[in-house]
Write a new protein. Sequence first.
Length: 196
Amino acid sequence: MRILTAAHSYQEEIRKSRFLAQAVHLPAAEQAADLIAQLSTAHASHNCWAWRCTEQYRFSDDGEPGGTAGRPILAAIENQGFDQVLIVVTRWYGGIQLGTGGLARAYGGCATQVLQNAPSKILVPRTTLAGHCPYTYLDVFKVRIAEAGAVLNSEEFDAEGAWLNLSVPDEEIAGLQDALSQATRGASTLQEIDLA
């Protein structure tokens, strides 16, 4: 899956109707309504939208014939492999009917274009882990953390070493746990932290 690294927009005129697609990062589903309100244009004919955030998704045709706008926008999100994204496609009617097929192609096509041109990155699933590392191994273990692409969220020092809180790519968890366990002869391991 991919996520946006910055908001992006795309405009196109199709048979005298003007379409503006705007895509933004949606970190939490609860923020969708506010973002839709911010991106919608009051004097436009239609502000159709779709969003996906992990397992949740919603879409709206905003007065266009059923299935001609929101669903094609959502299909573009899924086909382009995006998550945590919200797209609003605004239409200013130009006087020529596009028909249901034409509307679906216009809305879906604009959504596809805005995602294809938007700055994005691959979403790496991460797990938060914590564990204690002795001073004698701390520098070496920090190198291993960096090599694994993990992020050191925090460290708290005590008399023997440091308590580390890490965000670790899921495919690197076993390797980091093994490295710390071997270095401390099993005295210290990384444990998953439940953030819920």
